[in-house]
Design a protein around this ligand. Structure first.
Ligand code: FEO
Length: 596
């Protein structure tokens, strides 16, 4: 089979194999690919599995058309590709082996010789000229062994990708590429996402029209589709929106909970639900699903003071493949001492960026009414986004949405003619660029509002992430009417005569008020920019950064009541009055939340 005018496929299909790599079911067989590049010189790309020596050599001889090969390029030393190196070299005594240094060490280990007298060692960027075809080698360590090289032929724009972009199944299997390529990827290369990402970055600089892997079909069309899937898989991203449930069940009670959960997920609009019974399914399919979806539910029983063996094995498959970036829900069943959730969480403890659902299901033997409520709550939590998307189930008055508007934090400085003043605001935004117009909104109760309304000028100081909490205490929790916020501060002034902060800002701009909009409680100043300076490259302080990194954690332990989200002030009491104003930062009741 011709791949291009000069590249011929000489691989073989293995329809007799039962388990690939001794563990993976391959119901549609396996392909061991090999290619011949015909030019002034001839290169053969890899050999095949030991069971196909003669079939493969016959293919090679047919492709050579009476000529002799000059090179055997060995991209990968795993025996499914390297088993026939010796047979090839015996059949073609003038051929030279081209491979990485690590591969030659492995040849010594496999064959007792490293072909020192007939070899070319190549590394990153090495080239091999065949004539018009010039092969450039790209190292691909751990995709999927450390010695792997890939090969780019710039003449035909072909990437020989070793195990990358391979799949289970013979080349003539009539099946979806992604399904068996995904199972292959996560089974074989899943642990090495970072290394695959590194190779994808190198591939991005190559003009590729065809990908020739060592397993599965040659990829010739819609290459962005395959590259995108490899990018998602190797970055442990979400490929398919939905929930994957993996479970074990001894007498059917855990299974009943899983089935009820699946029904509820479906009813709540979950777009796809994959359910795997780990004792009966192909474990590699379940592993593939766990990496494919962003939300996973693990359901199992306590067993021998541990968890059921198939679940234990499953979680080990996940963790040894760098399982990460998932939301996980749990269902446990234990007739007298349920501890499965704790055990599963311990097994997952080293996995990065896992979020556990707040709702879990704790079954004691059989599903009861309490468990049904727990399942309902878990389904609700897992389907939050699906419910919110649908017209019929969405809460269309959920004003918490407003909390998700991103804000920066700024000190607005002004002067009443006698004293410099400043306050913290998060309501600064550039509203037009031709001309530049900046809107600043300030609570009318703040002295600064009064001062700016009269003076018509202000400076907006953009706080940077190095600003300590004391800056917020100074400018946010006190009134400039009663204190001098610049006392003991070195004073710098902009051209408009107003102060700007000497520290903790990355820039400031001087604004002149052009118009004013009365918003009831607040006033919005629409301003032109009269001066603008960048002070540092530090990142701007956002409200979220302040909440997570600057604001001290409120002392709520053992207390009942409400906590101010702005400054952490704790109000102890059953009910927070609607007109309550925080004595520290002066924010109202809407900025308080109940202590949990
Ligand atoms: Fe297809 Fe890693 O061998």
């Amino acid at each position: 089979m011709k791949i291009t005018n000069d590249i011929v496929y000489v691989g073989v299909n293995d329809r007799k194999i039962d388990l690939f790599e001794g563990q993976y079911d391959v119901p549609n067989g396996m392909a061991y690919n090999s290619y011949v590049i015909l030019d002034k010189k001839i290169a053969v790309m890899d050999t095949v599995d030991a069971s196909f020596t003669h079939e493969w050599l016959d293919n090679v001889v047919a492709a050579l058309g009476g000529r002799k090969p000059d090179y055997l390029v060995v991209q990968h030393m795993e025996p499914d590709h390297s088993a026939n190196i010796l047979n090839f070299l015996n059949a073609f005594p003038s051929a030279v082996v081209v491979s990485s240094a690590k591969a030659f060490t492995m040849m010594q280990n496999f064959f007792g010789k490293d072909f020192a007298d007939r070899r070319i060692v190549v590394g990153e960027g090495s080239t091999l000229e065949l004539g018009k075809h010039v092969l450039t080698f790209v190292t691909a360590p751990m995709v999927h062994w450390p010695e792997v090289i890939m090969t780019y032929d710039s003449a035909d724009k072909v990437l020989f990708s070793a195990d990358g972009f391979g799949k289970f199944g013979a080349t003539d299997a009539d099946e979806d590429w992604a399904c068996e390529a995904r199972r292959y990827y996560f089974g074989i290369v899943g642990k090495y996402g970072a290394q695959v990402q590194a190779v994808l970055k190198k591939a991005a600089n190559l003009d590729i029209e065809k990908i020739c892997p060592l397993h599965g079909p040659v990829l010739t069309e819609d290459l962005p589709y395959y590259l995108n899937l490899y990018n998602i898989w190797s970055s442990y991203g979400v490929e398919t929106d939905g929930v994957c449930i993996c479970y074990t069940s001894v007498y059917g009670h855990t299974k009943a909970a899983v089935e009820l959960l699946a029904d509820k997920l479906k009813a709540k609009g979950c777009p796809k639900i994959a359910v795997n019974d780990l004792a009966r399914c192909d474990m590699a399919e379940a592993v593939e699903d766990a990496f494919r979806y962003g939300k996973i539910v693990l359901a199992t029983t306590t067993y021998n003071a541990d968890i059921f063996p198939f679940m234990k094995e499953f979680i080990l498959h996940l963790t040894e493949r760098n399982f990460q970036n998932k939301t996980i829900g749990f269902i446990e069943n234990g007739s007298w001492a349920p501890m499965a959730i704790k055990t599963m969480q311990n097994m997952l403890a080293a996995s990065k960026n896992l979020t556990y659902c707040e709702n879990a299901v704790h079954i004691k033997s059989a599903v009861n009414d309490q468990n049904k409520q727990e399942i309902e709550a878990l389904a609700e939590e897992l389907c939050k986004e699906y419910l919110a998307r649908q017209d019929s189930t969405a809460d269309k008055n959920d004003l918490k949405a407003l909390f998700n508007i991103g804000y920066g934090l700024y000190v607005v400085t002004s002067s009443d003619g006698k004293k410099d003043n400043g306050l913290i605001v998060n309501t600064v935004s550039q509203v037009t660029s031709t001309p530049n117009r900046v809107a600043v909104t300030i609570n009318k109760q703040n002295y600064s509002h009064h001062v700016i309304k009269q003076s018509g000028v202000m400076n907006v100081n953009c706080l940077s992430v190095d600003a300590p909490f004391s800056v917020f205490e100074n400018f946010g929790f006190r009134s400039g009417r009663t204190v001098d916020k610049f006392e003991n501060t070195e004073i710098f002034r902009s051209d408009n005569g107003l102060v700007f902060l000497p520290m903790y800002i990355n820039s400031f701009m001087s604004l002149k008020v052009e118009s004013y909009v009365d918003l009831g409680t607040h006033g919005m100043f629409i301003c032109s920019v009269t001066e603008a300076r960048v002070i540092s490259k530090a990142e701007t302080m956002t409200y979220a950064y302040y909440q997570n990194n600057v604001k001290p954690k409120p002392q709520t332990e053992g207390k009942k009541g409400y906590v101010c989200k702005i400054c952490g002030y704790v109000y102890e009491g059953e009910n927070l009055p609607d007109d309550f104003v925080c004595p520290l930062c002066k924010h109202g009741a809407s900025d308080f939340e109940p202590i949990k």
